[in-house]
Design a binder for this molecule. Structure first.
Ligand code: PLP
Length: 385
């Protein structure tokens, strides 16, 4: 057993990131300014998007996306129960109603074949979430959006560097929100980016900073004027140059990070697929997953213990693990407000009880990966049914 606890998802921060932050702190500009501008350009170039708007979170990006596309009271937004609460909370923030549609059993992404039945005259928007980094099946969703005049906002918190049928995530729907939270594939500690058409982003940009017609960098910089006007009651969602300077370094590393994630996922699957206890994650042939999460599923009939005990026993062997996600319809706020029963989304519910997210990050050494494999096999082997 390993001597030191292996944490589930520490950030991969290196000396260059630390230096970049120090440089920014030594400069005369520490909040939204030239570094943010550079990061927006570099990130949208990486994705191949027409534009990028850096923000303080993905949640902010999703919120602004809905507002920018005119989603509001009385509207419905179709999304998945297999997501983080932020995706659905923002739908509540704009006064719209989240409509959940169950997931596909292989990818745990929203099931396009169930979406059309959920569309009503009030439906305004589809919000697919690329679970674990594997892109949703976007073509049928885009087809439905076209047919019914719906907007598409993608929650790409997991899906930086992922692609679907040759198209990068960030270039597919109307607006796409990425997360740079501490655990995500690319981090700025906290942060996010909205990508899409510059015209939409212009509106979102104003809303991201108090609804002001001009940001501080343009007011306080050389040739700037003190004058601004408030054209909407906006929010405080801007990214700082401190965060952007981390992001610029992380972006340089991203290809390497992604190679290492893919390698680790392949090593896990190669071992775990030999045993009857597990269902290993699938990657469909027409996508490139970003491998944000490695979600192993237990075949419950082959084991005497449930998922929770499995995770406890892994922790006793010094291996950190997690669960993604507690389905939205089980949370008290949503359960009560929309009178959901656990079986309203049977695929999400059944899989919730068998998923374990294993450590998957670029700092894992080969021996860490072997420790995870050994621990998982030991827990399963000693608890076989
Ligand atoms: C992390 C996450 C978010 C929120 O990202 P923040 O940058 O923390 O706001 C949204 N959706 C999903 C699926 C996530 O995993």
């Amino acid at each position: 057993m390993r001597a030191r606890f292996l944490s589930f998802s520490p950030p991969a921060i290196f000396e260059e990131e630390i230096e970049a932050v120090a440089d920014t702190l030594r400069s005369e500009w520490i909040t939204t300014g030239p570094k943010v501008e550079e990061f927006e350009r570099a990130f949208s170039a990486f994705v191949g998007a027409r534009g990028g708007l850096a923000l303080n979170s993905c949640t902010a990006g999703l919120h602004l996306a809905l507002l920018t596309l005119g989603v509001g009271p009385g509207d419905e937004v179709i999304t998945t129960p297999m997501t983080f609460c932020a995706s659905v909370n923002v739908i509540e923030h704009v006064g719209a109603r989240p409509v959940l549609v169950d997931v596909e059993p292989d990818t745990l992404n929203i099931d396009p074949s169930r979406v059309e039945k959920a569309i009503t005259p009030r439906t305004k928007c589809l919000m697919p979430v690329h679970f674990s980094g594997q892109p949703c099946d976007m073509d049928p969703l885009l087809l439905l959006a076209g047919k019914h005049g719906l907007k598409v906002v993608e929650d790409a918190a997991h899906a930086v560097a992922a692609s679907y049928r040759g198209r990068m995530v960030g270039t597919i729907g109307d607006l796409t929100a990425f997360s740079f939270y501490a655990t995500k594939n690319l981090t700025t500690a906290e942060g996010g980016m909205l990508t899409g058409e510059p015209k939409l982003l212009e509106h979102a940009r104003v809303l991201s900073l108090h609804g002001m017609s001009k940001d501080a960098w343009r007011r306080y910089g050389r040739g700037g004027s003190w004058f601004y006007e408030v054209i909407a009651p906006g929010f405080k969602y801007n990214m700082t140059d401190i965060q952007a300077s981390i992001g610029l370094q992380q972006l340089r590393r991203l290809d390497g990070f992604q190679r290492r994630r893919r390698e680790i996922a392949a090593a896990y699957s190669q071992e775990f697929s030999k045993h009857p206890y597990f269902q290993t994650p699938t990657e469909r042939p027409d996508v490139v997953s970003s491998w944000h999460l490695y979600v192993l599923r237990l075949n419950r009939k082959t084991l005497r213990i449930g998922r929770d005990t499995f995770i406890e026993e892994l922790a006793a062997l010094n291996i950190g693990a997690s669960v993604h996600f507690i389905p939205i319809h089980l949370h008290p706020y949503y359960r009560t407000k929309y009178a959901y029963g656990p079986d309203d989304f049977p695929v999400a519910f059944a899989n919730y009880h068998r998923t374990i997210s294993l450590p998957l990050h670029p700092k894992l050494t080969d021996s860490d990966v072997q420790d995870v494999i050994d621990a998982v096999l030991r827990v399963a082997g000693s608890n076989r049914a």
